[in-house]
Design a protein around this ligand. Sequence first.
Ligand SMILES: Cc1cc2nc3c(=O)[nH]c(=O)nc-3n(C[C@H](O)[C@H](O)[C@H](O)COP(=O)(O)O)c2cc1C
Length: 163
Amino acid sequence: MKILVTASSKHGATDAIADAIAQRLRGAGHEVVREAPQDVTSLDGIDAVICGSAVYMTQWMEPATSFLRRFETTLSRIPVWAFSVGLSGVPKHSPQDPSRIGPVLLKVRVVHHQVFPGRYDPAMLGLRERSIARLAGAVEGDFRDWTAVDAWTDSIIDDLAAR
Ligand SMILES: Cc1cc2nc3c(=O)[nH]c(=O)nc-3n(C[C@H](O)[C@H](O)[C@H](O)COP(=O)(O)O)c2cc1C
């Protein structure tokens, strides 16, 4: 199958998760198009889509939300999986719950929406972002769970095989 893996990332943590998903799908024999959402001009020939975004201030990033809007009609005809990357789920002082981005996804019916923990590295951020994150009680660290990413990708591979 030909699968589009697309994700919005500001500081790279989400992009690396999308890359890992793409690589695993390729390993399972799928043809994968790995593109940023703003670069996608057509979904012709695409059999399934995996779309993700980092969560900032409880929201998906604009390129990912406008991708879902732009291709709303086509996306209603093919299976779509979504993933959100944020710091909620990270123990202690969790920032806002990424499930609040739900209304964005409601426009497109997804097979499954997965939340993955991300990374908070103050050294990568500007002063404003650092202050917001600190106020929200963000815990410093890289909380990405590659085993969970692989497991979710495997569930997609199984689902596609059953279709
Ligand atoms: C200013 C700021 C706001 C954030 N807001 C949220 C939020 O509302 N919910 C959440 O779960 N994570 C939030 N985060 C955490 C990011 O989603 C997390 O750092 C993520 O890994 C960033 O991904 P990226 O490197 O792909 O941009 C925020 C981080 C920053 C710096």
